[in-house]
Structures are given as structure tokens and as C-alpha cells.
Design a binder for this molecule. Structure first.
Ligand code: ADP
Length: 658
């Protein structure tokens, strides 16, 4: 190719000494030297350049029939146009040439060269030749190409990743929004072009829910300022125009000196999880509502047995708020039990619950629990473990029902039965008494008749001695019959004497209180013991004395049915006296209307009373050679009895009210 206006000079016209110097110069250059002529022709291509392309210098500098240089064969066709045009432009303008291009090496591979040429002038400033040099920059170029390729591959990769990613410069200005994030938000970084605010501000304004924007901005600014990672949950615009929950995170990429070069962020779509959690929370709230509405007291315990939850009903029923438990530093279960369970039941409840927690077996128990109004109620508690698929216990569920009425119903049924059997006993006794009376009254009546007849015979004048003797005889016979009847009855009682054993009265009192404990606590009555420690032994029929005590305790408890709850106490006292042992049972009731009449059989002031209790007690004590009496005290009534110490005398058959 010959550019118009450039005069072609023959190489042969150059003086050979100048040509030789120029060739030396080209060879001396570091790199691939070459010499051009002011008219754009080439004089010389160095040996190094020839070695690279394999084309001799004479051939390279020649032109073909089209006017193209032969070195055209050492470059790509389209490269030749660019190179020759750059060269001729430089020649025409006489300005430095600088061009980067590829050249085909002898082995057919292409190498990158940077070719530079500067016009060399004479003193007059006329260009006399061009000194050119091509430098092999192949390695640097391929490294750059590689990194560019890597970069674009990385960019492609980032775009291909299904996660929503963004990158920002060290100052926090977003530089890249990947395809997933663009698709997620419908926002592209090249659209954030407003001059009035930063790219970040535009991105936040466009993509973040108005209620969350300030938070996101503040958290990001804080991270950009301090270099700490960014992490926040917020609502972000979705392509469908709705806002969805996002877990946003960003970390700083630092160079070897630790300076931040870039921020990389990820926006994870957690909308479904958040919505699922919300639904779960809602469901939980509904379940809780249902649990609170259940007509039972419900609680939960951890697998280790510590209370974790109880329903509102339990809270209202017991009047205990959760903070009453949680403030405790002790084991929560023990604290809860101490707060609400009856002192007499606490140990048993805790022991059996802990046994269930240890064994995993269901728990069922009846116990007394304090209601918010302070009243002890009988409860039935059940507890079962909830297990995971692998059988491990994940939770304990407990349910309590107030069964107080049922228990009390059973108790009154039991009492009614007891009364019935007592009544049957009394009836049998009444029958026995009637037959004794009948047997004795018969001979006694004829004895009285004989005695008065004898009296009459003797009062006659003269007295009829014979008749009187006969009357006396028949009186003697009747008296003997009566005495026999009495002896028989005595013998009946005398047999019982052999069932008497030495016993400790304090122990019997404590045992009786044990038997009655349920009944007494159901009535809200507590017992105060004032027992003389070294009480002498008494020889008694323990069963009968127990019956006496049961009767006296019951009377005392029943007398206090109207007494204020806090003062319902029975004090039981034992003392050692000159008579033997004295036992006092004192209550805080209204006192006794008539302290003597109450011992009469069938005297009662109770709607369902028999009025036989005290009279039987008195007979029992008399048969033990003891005494029973009652008196009123300042705050109630006191019923006392004594028992002699040591071997029993003959038991008395009849009461002597001494
Ligand atoms: P009951 O208990 O069936 O009435 P009791 O012979 O045991 O029969 O008692 C007779 C009556 O004595 C009772 O009805 C009651 O009026 C009176 N009484 C007994 N103990 C007391 C007491 N501790 N305080 C007041 N009254 C009492």
C-alpha cells in the first residue's frame, strides 16, 4: 500500500556507510530494533526480529504487487491495516509511533509486541530516518488478558450465583448488583444515576421498606465506618412489588495491609421462614389461648423436671405469678411445691414427681393445694412425658383438677357409714342394757315385794314371825338371782381386763391425731401438742382409749365449725398428777352449754348427732378406774380425763360421780 503524498526513495540510494551505521544502531537496541525511512519505507529489521518471524530482513522491507509490505505475512490481516495506517500517519505527521499488536512467530504462534518509533532529524530539523523498536510484552499481556478473563469469569460467576449479591467500594458506594439481586429487587445499578444523592442512598430508597430504611442505612454506615460486618433483618422490595423479609450481611475484603478494598454483601431471602415463624407463633398463641381456656390447671416441666410454664388458670387459681417462681434461686420445682402444696403433702409430692422425672413414667397423685383465697383444696395431679421420635423426653405436661368436693363427698360418706356402724353398736348395746335391766328388774321387783311383805308380817300384832321368815327367804332368793345376773355381766366385763396392756398415752395421742389428720386439716383445724415427756406407763385397752380420744377430738373440731379459720386450734395436753395421768383436750369453740348434761346418753345439740359419744367415753374411762369431765375456758371448752397409773384395780361397773 502506497499512501499518496509520500515520495518513495530507493533503499539503494542510501549511502552505504550511513546504511551500515543505521544497521549497527538497530542491532544495538535492547529489543527488536528496526529502521524506517522518512518516506515510510523500511531500511532494516534487526536479526532478533528476523529470528522471531523467520522472514529475512530483505524480504520484510519489500512490497508486493499491491504495495503492501511483505511483513504483512507476519501479522494478522486486519492487524496489518491498523499497523500500516498508524505507521504512515506517524510518518506523515512526523510524530512518535506507539502501537501494541501481535506478530506471528516462526513456530506459528502469536506474540504481543509494543512497537515504538521516533523520527530522527538533521540539524535543519528534517527527518532523516526513523528509529524503531518492538518490545516483547507477550507475558505481561497474557497475564493481563488472563486477569481480565478471570475478572469477567468472576463477574459471570457472581451473576450466575442464585444468591443475591452486591459489591461496594471501600467508602460504601455500591459498584455491582448481581443478576439475582437485580431480579429480586427489579433494580439495576446503572439505573441509579441521580446526581442528587449517593448510589447507596438511591438503592436504599428504592429497595428497602420505608419502615426499615433508616435502620438499614444506619447499620450500613456504621459498618462502613468501623469495618465491622453488617448483619440485619429487614424488608426489601421484590420484583412483584411486595416487600419480603431479607437477612442482609456484608463483609469487608481487605488488602495485605488490612485496608478495606471492597465490601461484599449478600441478601438472603428469609421471607418464607419469617412468615412460617410468624404462623408458628400465631399457632402457639392460639394453643396457649386454648390451654389457658381449659377448665383445668396446666403446667409444663423441662425434661429435667424444672417448671417452664403454667397456664393462666393455674396462675389465677393459686394466686401465684410467674415472677414468684423465677425470682427464686433455689430449684424451681421445690420452690413451686413449697409455695402451693400443703406442708403435710409437700415431701410426698416432690418425691413422687422426682421419681417420675427419673423413670419417665406417668405421675398421678392426690394432694392438698392452696387456693388464692388461702383455702386448702384437694387436687388430683397427673403428668405425662412428651417424647421425641427417638424416645427422648422433650417436655412434661401436667394437669390438675380440683376434686375437693368429690373428696369431701367421699369423706362425708365415710363418716355417715362410720356413724351408721356406731349407731348399730349403740343399738346392740341398748338391747344388751334392756335385757340386763329386764333380767335384773324381775328379781328386784319380787325382792321389793317380799321385803315389804316381810315388813308387814313383822308389823302385825303379834308379829307373824313364820310368814316374815318366809318373806325374808324369798327376798334372799330374789336378791341372789339379781346378784347372779350382775355377776354374769361383771364376768362379761372382767374378761376384757385381760386385753389391757401397759401403754404410752402420748404415743396413742399422736397416733390418733395421725388417723384424724386428714379430717382435721380438711376442717382447717390444727393441733398443738403439749405432751409431758416422761409420762408414766398406763395399763389400758388401747383400742377403747383411742375411741375416747377420737370422740373428744371430733367434738372439739365440730365445736369450732363457726370459729375463724386462723384460730381453729385444738391443744392436747398430758400431765402427771397425784391421781395418775391427766389428759386435756381444749378447743377454741363457743364453749359447752351444760357441762354435766352433755354426758347423759342421747344428749346432743347437733342436727345429725347421736348424743352417745360422751356417755360411752365416760363408761370406758370408769371401767379403767378413770374419770371424765368438762369445763368452759376463757376461749372455748376443755374436756379432761384421768387414768390411774400402774396395775388396774377391779374395773367399776357403774358410774360413781365422785
Ligand atoms: P354428739 O357428738 O353425737 O352430739 P356427744 O355425746 O359426743 O354426742 O356430745 C354431746 C354434746 O355435747 C354435743 O352435742 C355438744 O353439744 C356437746 N359438746 C361435746 N363436746 C363439746 C365441746 N368441745 N364444745 C362444745 N360442746 C360440746
Amino acid at each position: 500500500m502506497v499512501l499518496p503524498g509520500i515520495q518513495v526513495e530507493k533503499i539503494a540510494d542510501i549511502p552505504s556507510d550511513l546504511k551500515g551505521r543505521l544497521i549497527d544502531l538497530a542491532e544495538a537496541l535492547p529489543g527488536l530494533g528496526w529502521i524506517g525511512l522518512p518516506n515510510g519505507e523500511f531500511l532494516y529489521h534487526s536479526k532478533a526480529l528476523v529470528a522471531l518471524t523467520g522472514m529475512p530482513t530483505e524480504e520484510q522491507v519489500q512490497r508486493d504487487e499491491n504495495g503492501d509490505f511483505n511483513w504483512k505475512a507476519t501479522v494478522e490481516t486486519e492487524e496489518y491495516e491498523r499497523l500500516s495506517s498508524a505507521w504512515f500517519t506517524a510518518v506523515e505527521t512526523e510524530r512518535d509511533l506507539e502501537v501494541t499488536h501481535r506478530i506471528r512467530a516462526i513456530d506459528g504462534s502469536f506474540r504481543w509486541l509494543r512497537s515504538q518509533a521516533r523520527p530522527q532529524r538533521d540539524e535543519a530539523g528534517k527527518v532523516i530516518y526513523w528509529l524503531g523498536i518492538s518490545i516483547d510484552i507477550h507475558d505481561a499481556m497474557t497475564a493481563m488478558e488472563q486477569s481480565q478473563a478471570n475478572e469477567s469469569r468472576l463477574e459471570k460467576l457472581i451473576d450466575a450465583v442464585p444468591s443475591a449479591l452486591w459489591a461496594a467500594a471501600a467508602n460504601g458506594e455500591p459498584t455491582h448488583i448481581n443478576r439475582a439481586l437485580s431480579e429480586q429487587t427489579g433494580i439495576r445499578i446503572d439505573e441509579l444515576t441521580s446526581k442528587d444523592s449517593s448510589v447507596l442512598a438511591q438503592a436504599i430508597a428504592k429497595a428497602i421498606h420505608p419502615d426499615d430504611a433508616a435502620n438499614v442505612d444506619a447499620a450500613l454506615q456504621y459498618s462502613f465506618l468501623t469495618g465491622t460486618p453488617f448483619k440485619l433483618k429487614y424488608r426489601q422490595l421484590r420484583a412483584d412489588g411486595r416487600y419480603g423479609w431479607i437477612s442482609g450481611q456484608a463483609n469487608a475484603l481487605r488488602d495485605a495491609d488490612g485496608d478495606i478494598v471492597q465490601w461484599y454483601g449478600v441478601c438472603q431471602d428469609i421471607d418464607e421462614e419469617v412468615l412460617a415463624q410468624e404462623a408458628l407463633r400465631e399457632r402457639e398463641a392460639r394453643v396457649r389461648l386454648a390451654v389457658d381456656a381449659l377448665p383445668g390447671l396446666v403446667w409444663m416441666c423441662s425434661p429435667l423436671g424444672e417448671p417452664t410454664y403454667y397456664n393462666r388458670r393455674l396462675e389465677e387459681w393459686s394466686g401465684i405469678a410467674p415472677r414468684d417462681f423465677l425470682s427464686s434461686r433455689k430449684a424451681l420445682l421445690s420452690t413451686a411445691i413449697q409455695l402451693i402444696i400443703h406442708p403435710d403433702d409437700q415431701a410426698a409430692v416432690e418425691k413422687s414427681m422426682r421419681a417420675s422425672f427419673a423413670s419417665g413414667e406417668a405421675w398421678l397423685m392426690r394432694f392438698r393445694q392452696r387456693r388464692a383465697d388461702g383455702v386448702w383444696r384437694w387436687m388430683e395431679g397427673r403428668m405425662e412425658a412428651l417424647r421425641a421420635k427417638n424416645g427422648e423426653i422433650t417436655q412434661w405436661y401436667g394437669l390438675e383438677l380440683d376434686i375437693d368436693q368429690e373428696v369431701r363427698g367421699q369423706e362425708s360418706l365415710r363418716l355417715a357409714q362410720e356413724k351408721l356402724s356406731r349407731a348399730a353398736q349403740y343399738a346392740a348395746m341398748a338391747e344388751l342394757s334392756a335385757s340386763i335391766a329386764h333380767e335384773v328388774s324381775q328379781p328386784l321387783a319380787s325382792l321389793v315385794a317380799s321385803a315389804s311383805a316381810g315388813q308387814r308380817w313383822l308389823e302385825m300384832s303379834p308379829p307373824n314371825i313364820e310368814r316374815a321368815r318366809m318373806s325374808a327367804d324369798s327376798a334372799l332368793r330374789d336378791a341372789t338371782i339379781a346378784s347372779d345376773v350382775v355377776k354374769r355381766v361383771r364376768a362379761l366385763f372382767q374378761n376384757r381386763i385381760y386385753e389391757r396392756h401397759p401403754d404410752d398415752l402420748n404415743k396413742i395421742i399422736v397416733a390418733v391425731c395421725g388417723i384424724l389428720s386428714e379430717e382435721l386439716s380438711a376442717a382447717g383445724v390444727s393441733v398443738i401438742y403439749d405432751l409431758f415427756p416422761d409420762l408414766p406407763v398406763v395399763v389400758i385397752d388401747a383400742v377403747h382409749i383411742q375411741q375416747v380420744l377420737v370422740n373428744l377430738f371430733r367434738n372439739a373440731s365440730e365445736a369450732m365449725s363457726e370459729t375463724a379459720a386462723h384460730s381453729k386450734t385444738i391443744t392436747v395436753r398430758t400431765r402427771s398428777t397425784s391421781d395418775g395421768i391427766a389428759v386435756e383436750i381444749e378447743d377454741a369453740g363457743p364453749g359447752i352449754s351444760d357441762v354435766e348434761r352433755i354426758f347423759n346418753p342421747f344428749f346432743t345439740t347437733k342436727a345429725d348427732g347421736m348424743g352417745m359419744g360422751l356417755s360411752i367415753c365416760r363408761s370406758v374411762l370408769y371401767s379403767h378406774n378413770g374419770r371424765l369431765w368438762a369445763e368452759n375456758t376463757v376461749g372455748g371448752a376443755k374436756v379432761s380425763f384421768t387414768l390411774p397409773v400402774g396395775e388396774p384395780d377391779e374395773p367399776r361397773l357403774t358410774e360413781s360421780r365422785s
